[in-house]
Design a protein around this ligand. Structure first.
Ligand SMILES: Nc1ncnc2c1ncn2[C@@H]1O[C@H](COP(=O)(O)OP(=O)(O)OP(=O)(O)O)[C@@H](O)[C@H]1O
Ligand SMILES: O=P(O)(O)OC[C@@]1(O)O[C@H](CO)[C@@H](O)[C@@H]1O
Length: 302
């Protein structure tokens, strides 16, 4: 069973314009959408949609926090959140012509005592795996993630920015940097797939059993004890890429929870992410055919 921890959830607002962004004038959106977001929350929604037992935890506050709580309840996602005084952030993705703008708030400041409250919620679920996803709100340091990793007898997976990744001290089952985060965390040349695979492999020495590097339209790399696996991305029409990394990771975790090997897990991750990027925002797509669609993903050993 998986517990997801989102220290800094967000309502994801997606607005679409049929013209390019321009300063000093009112831009009027054709469409607007609101989704419950934050990396761990997205993963919990996707894992639930794939019938994997999962509980979403994290910090919620204010009207945006209530929206997330209600949305997850409507979607049948089990939750165990901790209430905070501030207001959960609202992040905006603006899609204008063919361009994507991602505007993320810092989130409400919190005190370190929230880590104890969250740990209590996590321990109460007795999970096998814990996924800590997303940025930290003001008031918390990377130690808040290390404390989850060392707080119980579970494997911890982490999906956060390169600067935070670099500062973690505990032992983790997996981290999932995207290309820029992998570059930030390692300082390595990540301009080629091979460079990314080597950087991911080398980064394992910093306390990660496996490193799953997402490379956008170039696919993904999984580096572990068994070597480096590379999966090509599927050739699809992308609407926006928000939540693509969460989808990749959720597919991998879902397959592992079902006992699959790394190669099958990587195929599953790439397939789930392809479904997500073909839809606006972080809404959960139809994932019923994932097991058959994943056969279409090409994986090779580097
Ligand atoms: N243009 C694309 N075409 C096909 N697949 C894509 C494309 N962009 C992303 N993907 C899929 O999504 C996965 C994750 O993408 P990416 O590396 O952009 O994640 P990310 O930067 O962590 O995203 P986010 O932070 O928004 O969740 C890729 O490994 C790939 O499988
Ligand atoms: O600011 P962070 O925590 O790094 O990222 C938050 C976020 O952009 O990531 C998710 C997509 O991966 C969105 O649901 C959410 O708004």
């Amino acid at each position: 069973m998986i517990v997801t921890v989102t220290y800094n959830p967000a309502v994801d607002q997606t607005i679409q314009f049929d013209e390019q962004m321009a300063p000093d004038r009112v831009m009027r959106a054709d469409e607007a959408q609101f989704d419950a977001g934050g990396k761990g929350i997205n993963a919990a929604q996707l894992l639930t949609a794939m019938d994997r037992p999962c509980v979403a935890t994290g910090l919620l506050g204010g009207f945006t926090g209530s929206f997330i709580r209600e949305t997850l309840q409507d979607d049948g996602v089990e939750t165990a959140f901790v209430d905070v005084d501030g207001t959960t952030r609202l992040n905006t993705t603006a899609i204008a012509a063919a361009e994507e703008y991602k505007l993320n708030q810092a989130g409400p400041a919190v005190g370190e005592s929230v880590v104890d409250s969250l740990l209590e919620q996590v321990r109460a679920q007795s999970p096998d795996r814990v996924l800590v996803g997303g940025s930290l709100p003001p008031g918390l340091t990377p130690d808040a993630i290390d404390r989850i990793a060392t707080g119980g007898d579970w494997e911890t997976i982490v999906d956060t920015g390169g600067d935070v990744l670099r500062e973690l001290d505990a032992q983790y089952g997996l981290c999932k940097p995207n290309r820029a985060e992998l570059g930030d965390a390692t300082g390595a040349d990540v301009s080629t797939v091979e460079g990314c695979a080597d950087a991911a492999d080398a980064f394992r020495d910093r306390g990660f059993d496996r490193v799953l590097a997402s490379l956008g339209a170039d696919g993904a790399v999984l580096a572990g004890d068994a070597g480096q696996l590379y999966a090509e991305a599927l050739d699809i029409d992308v609407v926006d890429t928000v939540g693509a990394g969460d989808a990749l990771l959720s597919g991998v975790l879902s397959a592992w929870e079902a006992g699959a090997d790394d190669e099958t897990a990587l195929r599953t991750g790439v397939t789930v992410s392809a479904q997500v990027v073909q839809r606006a925002g972080t809404a959960v797509p139809d994932l019923d055919d994932i097991d058959s669609l994943r056969d279409g993903v090409t994986v090779r050993r580097l």
